[in-house]
Ligand binder design. Structure first.
Ligand SMILES: Nc1nc2nc(S)n(CCO)c2c(=O)[nH]1
Length: 159
């Protein structure tokens, strides 16, 4: 049984565009994942820890037969394979894969909360998400976007 998922990818260290491409290739190579659609790539002002380099962000839609915890293992192993050093929380990273949505399910676990708890306040997620979300869900995403400050949305530019 394939479930639709949405992943948020980001990079702000090294060859950021190359890192995004590699992460997508590694996802596609994963037995239980097929990448269906990728958003545009956006250059985005860092939020959280702001004194760091701009990110490149994208959101992709995929189908998976992995249950949520297994999907988390997959994303973490791809980050590790790409040399992600989990050092400063919210600091610079060569690659970051966030699970945003898993089907229409709500998952509340110690290590995994889906929908991603901060996605509704992140223009760097919502704007790329608009590129790949189905029409039935755009109103909800637009609603979240409408409550974000204009300067945060302005910090998300097509790359
Ligand atoms: N613009 C931007 N800011 C961010 N802050 C954090 S933490 N991250 C990592 C994603 O959780 C990002 C990001 O991907 N993009």
């Amino acid at each position: 049984m394939q479930k639709d998922i949405f992943l948020g990818l980001g990079s702000n260290v090294g060859d950021r565009n190359e890192a995004l491409k590699t992460a997508i290739e590694l996802l596609q190579k994963t037995e239980t994942i097929s990448v269906l659609e990728c958003s545009n790539v956006y250059e985005t002002k860092p939020v959280g820890v702001t004194d760091q380099a701009d990110f490149l962000n994208l959101v992709l839609k995929a189908a998976t037969s992995s249950p949520p915890q297994e999907l988390l293992q997959v994303t973490q192993s791809i980050e590790k394979e790409m040399g992600r050093i989990k050092d400063v929380r919210w600091g610079p990273r060569n690659i970051d894969l966030d699970i945003l949505l898993y089907n229409d399910e709500n998952i509340m676990m110690e290590e995994l909360i889906i929908p991603h708890p901060r996605m509704a306040e992140r223009a760097f997620v919502l704007i790329p998400l608009m590129d790949v979300i189905s029409n039935s869900k755009t109103d909800e995403v637009k609603h979240w976007l409408s409550s974000l400050p204009a300067e945060e949305k302005a910090g998300v530019r097509l790359y």
